[in-house]
Design a protein around this ligand. Structure first.
Ligand code: SAH
Ligand code: SF4
Length: 397
């Protein structure tokens, strides 16, 4: 088999595995169908199925994603009898807000609950005139990077497109940022980083569907330039992500030798550093104007020496790159210490001197465990069945 065939086969395997962890159907016990998370084509098909004209889908899209309305009776361009008919058959939902905490630095974290009782965390990190929403894609994670809190939680299931888009919409609800700002008007929730719980490229179909909804120009209309997806290095899916979505890419590198990376990012045993960097070189759309971000968590005495900084520079040669240095964020029971400030600065200096921008990420929201790698929910895979009958938390019901 050629290399191309091999990676096609590998992609199939990854997608088949993702399907085993599929989210529950987005239909309520009373038979009403969730409209959030449907593609435009699916929404049109739903309208046709109830004997309506396809233009209804366009109207609904506007109300749902541009206006942020969840109540059919507020959709004023739709006649009352039609509103009632829609409300009988459909809902426009949101994840339920289980808890909301705001850090002393303004970072806000939500624990969102879904209809089957599963939960994820979502974080908003405000800057002066903008801000990024950090979105989760899975409940738990199959990978167990040693420095990551989410990695200690088994994968329970993938999130559906409705649940992924829903996190952003619920965050917008929290700040009242509806209707979606247009024509370059300032947005507080201006960026999305797909860097919360889970590995997005192990849930590619749902993530892709959600991103297409978010980028659709007649709805939320967030440009692909404002979206960054972070992967621990699922090489076979990286090309597809670049070709189909064109979002910015962040790669969790964290080590410059395969020996160390095998240990702290176990996925490296499957897709070693050389293959990962080749996939970065091929990443469609990467350019000096759109650099690939390499994330590097600084672990004291583990990966933070000047020699490692120099090796990093050597590895990145030829890739339009920038390096995000992330001081390790501790969590209860974590096995590492944060690098000293001197070590972080010395490392940054070497990378910077080689011509790569190397900002040191200021930890945000540590006091509420909202910083990178601190997210974790209480769910366990075993609880899945019991919770499905016991709980439902949906704002729209
Ligand atoms: N699974 C994806 C996206 C989620 S993790 C990935 O691994 O890229 C988002 C980022 O947080 C990754 O770069 C991850 O390595 C980093 N991270 C994880 N645990 C961390 C910790 N305790 N301190 C600082 N960064 C951490
Ligand atoms: Fe999963 Fe990313 Fe955490 Fe690794 S760093 S365990 S891939 S969420």
């Amino acid at each position: 088999m050629s290399v191309t065939d091999l990676s096609a086969a590998e992609r199939e395997r990854i997608l088949a595995k993702a399907a085993l962890f599929a989210p529950p159907a987005a239909t309520l016990a009373d038979g009403r169908r969730e409209l959030v998370g449907l593609s435009r084509e699916e929404l049109t098909a739903e309208m046709v199925a109830i004997g309506e004209k396809p233009f209804r889908a366009k109207q609904l899209w506007h109300w749902i994603y541009h206006q942020g309305v969840t109540d059919f009776s507020l959709m004023s361009t739709i006649a009352k009898p039609m509103q009632a008919k829609l409300a009988e058959k459909f809902v426009v939902g949101r994840p339920g807000v289980t808890t909301e905490q705001t850090s002393t630095d303004g970072t806000r974290k939500w624990l969102f609950g879904f209809r089957d009782g599963q939960q994820v965390e979502t974080v908003y990190i405000p800057e002066e005139d903008r801000g990024a929403v950090c979105i989760s894609t899975q409940v738990g994670c199959t990978l167990s990077c040693k420095f990551c809190h989410t990695g200690t939680q088994k994968l329970v299931r993938n999130l559906g497109a409705a649940e992924i888009v829903g996190q952003f919409m619920a965050a917008r609800d929290s700040y009242g940022e509806w209707p979606s700002p247009t024509d370059g008007a300032a947005r507080h929730l201006s960026n999305i980083v797909v860097m919360g719980m889970g590995e997005p490229l192990y849930n590619y179909e749902n993530v892709a569907k959600a991103m297409r909804i978010i980028m659709d120009g007649e709805g939320i209309a967030l440009s692909r330039r404002r979206i960054t997806l972070s992967t621990s290095g699922v090489v076979p899916m990286m090309d597809r992500c670049g070709e189909e979505l064109g979002v910015g890419l962040a790669v969790s590198l964290h080590a410059v030798t395969n020996d160390l990376r095998n240990e702290i990012v176990p996925l490296n045993r499957k897709y070693p550093i050389e293959e990962l960097l080749d996939a970065c070189r091929r990443y469609p759309g990467a350019s000096n104007a759109r650099r690939i971000t390499f994330e590097y968590v600084m672990l004291r005495g583990v990966n933070d020496s000047p020699a490692e900084a120099r090796e990093l520079v050597r590895l990145l040669k030829g890739i339009p790159a920038k390096v995000n240095l992330i001081p390790f964020n501790p969590w209860p029971g974590s096995p590492y210490k944060t690098s000293t400030s001197e070590a972080v600065h010395a490392f940054a200096e070497i990378v910077n001197a080689a011509g790569y921008s190397s900002p040191i990420r200021r930890p945000r929201g540590r006091d509420i465990l909202a910083a990178c790698g601190q997210l974790k929910t209480e769910s366990e895979r075993a609880k899945r069945g019991a919770e499905a009958t016991a709980s439902s938390a949906v704002a729209a019901e």
